[in-house]
Design a binder for this molecule. Structure first.
Ligand code: NAD
Length: 485
């Protein structure tokens, strides 16, 4: 170990409790003998306040691209418009597609109703509603685009199965909402089923996110590895961390092909900042994952076992302190001192940890499954900003538009069909989706037909705000039907 040259890493102290927990974490790593060449960058509130809407200065990227390893304390995301989430920016810019969050219970030393819990959340980190593509289309209606790609699904699902193999895990559970989102979540589930076949030694199953979240809250012991989309993963990993004992305990690795970022799963907790009461364990657990990643598994083992021994000794920060079972309530600094004092110790009852040298895998360039398909345009959805609430009148006007190729087939409002044969009870906003389908056979519709249609729509005084092409792929509709269509 002593011959090892220090590994360059980039460190950001973040906002709120960030500086306190980062200082505690780095002190523990240093005392344990971690060989780190630390480059510090500034991110978060102060950078936002200087008018940089991304929360990260251009020169900080130089450091990240040089070290390719980022240990990051939580930051505060300013509310309101005009700024983007720094976390999402860093994850997406550096291609950190997999977010890995182990959630483990440490009973009886940390109070939990689920002593047998030991699950790992593998969350897709770049797509879904986090693509951040949002529009205000009318005065009353805003829209966020949920973007799911086959390459995105393939690499996160494959990552989850590879993780299970590497970590001797037995089961991967996929969580989606594909009973409702048949195209987007349906693609994720379908890819999961395809890739699961390549790993016959790992059990696989699927749950809809509502019952999946309920089971994680109720019987988390039944899960091993969970793979899920970005938004569900964000929410259910906090549930999992909380039921394991505290959101203050869990760390997280954001992994890409060439860069990685390690952090706590919790935020900057501004209400308790500067009081020396925050639990540094989440960030410390992120740092332990980093040590394994940068090939310092002995140090990771030393730190992890010292931390477990500290939990066992009953020296606890306020978030996990319980009179009776805990022995001493300590602050952030004192907790770090206790972990340092325990370096070289091992837990007596909790399972000790032993990290092996990580196998150096070649950087994988994924060959995505792309089966060429016959794409045929069959029509267009034209979204109108239209204030009148009478779907029957709107349908009557639009169905009179003369076109050789297209005819109005349906109007929906908020996804529910309101023309033809709508129900007066259906509440309508001022955004209307008007579906024009081919009068002739599929494939005959051309973009020129859309341009002609839009000119006619404009000529009768309507305001179109969005267009979607409707296509069939190998004869299967690549668009959803409305409720009631
Ligand atoms: P939070 O995770 O900061 O806090 C939630 C609750 O958990 C609070 O009661 C807090 O006191 C407690 N808590 C969190 N970490 C703790 C710790 N280490 N020790 C003891 N208690 C702890 O969530 P929030 O309040 O919703 O968000 C605060 C800010 O953090 C927001 O600006 C949010 O955008 C940001 N945030 C950042 C990240 C990140 O940087 N990765 C993640 C989530 C939220």
């Amino acid at each position: 170990m002593s011959n090892l040259s220090p590994t360059p890493i980039t460190v950001a102290y973040g906002d709120g409790i960030g500086p306190e927990i980062m200082e505690a974490t780095l002190r523990i790593l240093d005392a344990a003998g971690a060989k780190l060449d630390i480059q510090t960058i500034e991110i978060g509130e102060k950078v936002f306040e200087r008018g940089n809407s991304s929360g990260i200065a251009p020169e900080a990227w130089d450091s990240l691209l040089r070290t390719r390893v980022f240990l990051k304390a939580p930051i505060t995301t300013p509310l309101g418009g005009g700024v983007k989430s720094l976390n999402v920016t860093v994850r997406k810019t550096l291609g950190l597609y997999a977010n890995v969050r182990p959630c483990v219970s440490y009973a009886p030393y940390v109070e939990t109703k689920h002593p047998g819990m030991d699950l790992v959340m593998v969350r897709e980190n770049e797509e879904d509603l986090y693509a951040g593509v949002e529009y205000r289309q009318t005065e009353d209606v805003c829209q966020a685009v949920k973007l799911i790609s086959r390459p995105g699904c393939e690499r996160i699902v494959r990552y989850a199965f590879e993780y299970a193999l590497d970590h001797n895990r037995k089961q991967v559970t996929c969580i989606t909402k594909d009973n409702i989102m048949k195209l987007t979540d349906g693609l994720f589930h379908r890819v999961f089923n395809e890739i699961a076949k390549e790993y016959p030694q790992i059990k696989n199953d699927h749950l809809i996110v509502d019952i999946g979240a309920a089971r994680i809250a109720d019987t988390p012991e039944m899960f091993d590895v969970i793979v899920t989309l970005n938004l569900y993963g964000d929410i259910i990993s906090d549930i999992a961390a909380q039921v394991a004992g505290s959101v203050g305990l869990a760390g997280s690795a954001n992994v890409g092909d060439t860069c990685s970022m390690f952090e706590a799963i919790h935020g900057s907790a501004p209400m308790i900042a500067g009081q020396n009461i925050a639990n540094p364990s989440g960030l410390l657990n992120g740092a332990i994952m980093m040590l394994v990643h940068i090939h310092q598994p002995e140090i990771a083992t030393r730190v992890h076992n010292a931390w477990l021994a500290t939990l066992e000794s009953g020296i606890h920060t306020a978030d996990i302190y319980k009179p009776g079972s805990s022995k001493q309530k300590v602050g952030t600094k004192e907790f770090a001192d206790a972990v340092i004092a325990n370096l070289g110790q091992e837990p007596k009852h909790l399972a000790r940890v032993e990290y092996a040298k990580r196998e150096e895998r070649p950087i994988t360039t994924h060959e995505y499954t792309h089966t060429p398909q016959k794409k045929e345009m069959v029509g267009f959805d034209v979204f109108l900003d239209h204030k009148a609430k009478d779907a029957t009148a709107l349908g009557a006007t639009l169905s009179k538009i003369e076109s050789d190729t297209l005819q109005l087939s349906m109007i929906s409002n908020r996804g529910t069909k309101v023309w033809p044969n709508g129900m007066p009870e259906t509440f309508c906003t001022n955004e209307w989706r008007c579906r024009f389908l081919s009068k002739v056979k599929a494939g005959v519709v051309k973009h020129q037909d859309l341009l002609d249609l839009l000119r006619k729509i404009e000529a009768i005084g309507f305001d179109y705000v969005k267009i979607e092409s409707l296509c069939n792929f190998d004869g299967i509709a690549g668009y959803s039907l409305s409720q009631g269509e």
